[in-house]
Design a protein around this ligand. Structure first.
Ligand SMILES: [Zn+2]
Length: 158
């Protein structure tokens, strides 16, 4: 048994596809449905770690960009519009991560109720959902603690 060969599940037929038909770089099931990359079986933890690392890296760089811009802004070397734009961008990235997490969670619930071959895709969708949401949570906590530190520095300790 080859462990590296991905197991494809067709979401439309709700069947496991043993030998997907290849057309260029895309895979198709027996009935001709396209099999996207996320139609392969993956464990919860593998999916979680991959999603968490990707999302965390993305959100963390967005947050760093905000902090750099804020520092430049307070020093008066940059105008407020740019700092505002970067802040909105980081906020959007955070929102998108939360939305992807929520939709993955909903998808895994729907597959759970449907049953059949799609059940094998549930761990991957759950891993993606928790990966997105916990990365977003970490970044929010981190930016929250930075805000708290800034407030403490401004008003002194109490
Ligand atoms: Zn199909």
């Amino acid at each position: 048994m080859n462990l590296h060969k991905p197991i494809y599940i067709c979401k439309k037929c709700n069947l496991e596809v043993g030998n997907p038909k290849r057309r260029f770089w895309r895979n198709y099931c027996e009935s001709g449905h396209r099999l996207p990359d996320d139609a392969t079986v993956r464990s919860f933890w593998e999916s979680f770690v991959r999603t968490f690392m990707g999302t965390f890296f993305l959100l963390f760089s967005a947050l760093s960009a905000v902090l750099v811009n804020l520092a430049e802004f307070t020093r008066g070397t940059e105008d407020g519009a740019l700092a505002g734009f970067v802040g909105i961008g980081a906020g959007l990235a955070l929102m998108i991560a939360i939305l992807i997490g929520r939709s993955s969670l909903r998808q895994s619930k729907a597959w759970n109720e449907r049953g059949g071959a799609v059940l094998k895709l549930v761990p991957r969708a759950r891993g993606r959902a928790f990966g997105c949401l916990s990365a977003a949570g970490f970044v929010m906590l981190y930016s929250g603690s930075i805000c708290a530190q800034a407030i403490c520095a401004r008003f002194g300790s109490w």
